[in-house]
Design a protein around this ligand. Structure first.
Ligand code: ZN
Length: 137
């Protein structure tokens, strides 16, 4: 059988080249399995990150709630706090029940921590605190 002459247009040739290059770039089945496994691993890691972030958010919310509702007192009504002096500023009152930190003044803008900002509460606790309980940091 003799080969028949074949006529190909420029567009046909271009289409064939594009299809060939595309096929050559496609991952083979082994490569595709690796890609799928990587995708699955990434999704699992992402899911774990989201769960961790959510549990940390809940933990912070829980600590914030405890700090705001804690009386910082012993059963006999006396405060169980100590003054922590920081290098700068008035420091804070540390509750020895729940590690609540009560700071004077107003929370910095955008503050998302768990410290309680209340000048009145800080003053009350500071005045009720025996000076020998001071901690310097
Ligand atoms: Zn407390």
């Amino acid at each position: 059988m003799q080969d028949q002459p074949l006529t190909i247009t420029k567009t046909d040739l271009q289409d064939m080249m594009v299809a060939t290059i595309k096929a050559a770039r496609e991952p083979n089945s082994t490569e595709q399995r690796k890609i799928d496994a990587d995708d699955k691993e990434f999704e699992q890691a992402q899911s774990i990150r989201l769960q961790t972030a959510e549990s940390q958010k809940q933990e912070i919310a829980s600590k914030r709630f405890v700090a705001k509702t804690c009386t910082h007192r012993r059963k006999d009504g006396s405060y169980r706090v100590t003054h922590v002096q920081e290098r700068n500023g008035p420091g804070y009152m540390l509750c020895l029940w729940n590690q609540c930190k009560i700071r004077p003044g107003i929370a910095p803008e955008g503050y998302e921590g768990i410290d309680v900002y209340s000048t009145d509460k800080f003053n009350e606790l500071f005045q009720a605190n025996p000076a020998m309980g001071e901690i310097f940091v």
